[in-house]
Design a protein around this ligand. Structure first.
Ligand code: OAD
Length: 230
């Protein structure tokens, strides 16, 4: 079975009502990103950071996957599909995608501040009163700026085997995730969907300047054509 790799970012969930990071002058829901998404930010003001992610988690319970998530999930009928997402929401899974690798963590999980391997499902608020069995504070299971991206090695291995790549809704500003596309084999077609793309079509890269819901469908049609003719 041909392998399709999806590299997704905040823009794929924009039409579900979740704000992107860089479409609002570097502010994320009114906050400086470093204030709420860095170990220093958490050290300075744990309550603010916990509340911030509590709000994001609560919001997640009110939103639904959109056409782009469903279209990506439907690719599994014909292809081996791996979704590598920078998003911490669960909208790909809810749309039916079965292989989802979360590079930057998951909102619906929490982990111990002292033991990175103590990771548990978490649907409600995390508070300063929540601790792991060893007594350390629990924190959101999110990869903050300056922290390692443990899933990166697997993501590279998957991308290196791609027969086609779809990149959707990411500004490609945050590394190492932004460098993943370069691990695809040289001849592999890459489709980038973004209403305000940072790249232009070139060689095997096709840029589709549209929202995720319509752009992903077009990319899927192009992939069917190109992969069924090879
Ligand atoms: P960004 O906010 O940097 O980029 C979102 C991209 O989505 C932009 O290029 C937009 O043009 C595009 N976009 C907006 N609306 C769209 C739509 N309806 N359909 C398709 N695309 C649309 O988000 P990411 O690249 O995901 O990390 O950001 C990467 C990381 O930076 C995040 O994972 C997060 C952040 O800090 C952490 O929290 C660790």
């Amino acid at each position: 079975m041909k392998k399709i790799i999806i590299l997704s970012g905040a823009g794929v969930s924009a039409e579900s009502g979740i704000a992107t990071f860089r479409d609002a002058d570097g502010l994320w829901e009114g906050h400086d990103v470093m204030e709420v998404a860095s170990p220093q930010g958490f050290e300075n003001n744990p309550t603010l950071v916990l509340d911030f992610y509590n709000q994001r988690r609560a919001q997640l319970h009110t939103v639904e996957p959109n056409e782009a998530h469903y279209c990506i999930a439907a690719l599994e009928r014909n292809y081996e599909v791996h979704v590598i997402t920078q998003n911490v929401d669960d909208l790909h899974e809810r749309a039916g995608s079965t292989n989802v690798l979360h590079l930057h963590g998951e909102l619906l999980k929490a982990r111990s501040t002292s033991n990175p391997n103590y990771i548990v499902d978490w649907t409600d608020d995390i508070t300063v009163a929540d601790s792991c069995p060893e007594g350390s504070q629990m924190r959101p299971h999110i990869v903050w700026f300056g922290e390692e991206v443990p899933a990166m090695e697997t993501a590279i291995e998957l991308t290196a085997q791609a027969d086609a790549v779809i990149i959707v809704g990411t500004s490609l500003q945050v590394y190492p995730a932004a460098g993943l596309m370069h691990y695809a084999p040289q001849e592999t077609p890459i489709y980038l969907i973004d209403p305000r793309p940072n790249l232009k079509s070139n060689g095997n890269l096709t840029v589709i300047e549209e929202n995720a819901s319509t752009g992903v469908r077009k990319a899927c049609d192009m992939i069917h054509l190109s992969l069924t003719n090879t």
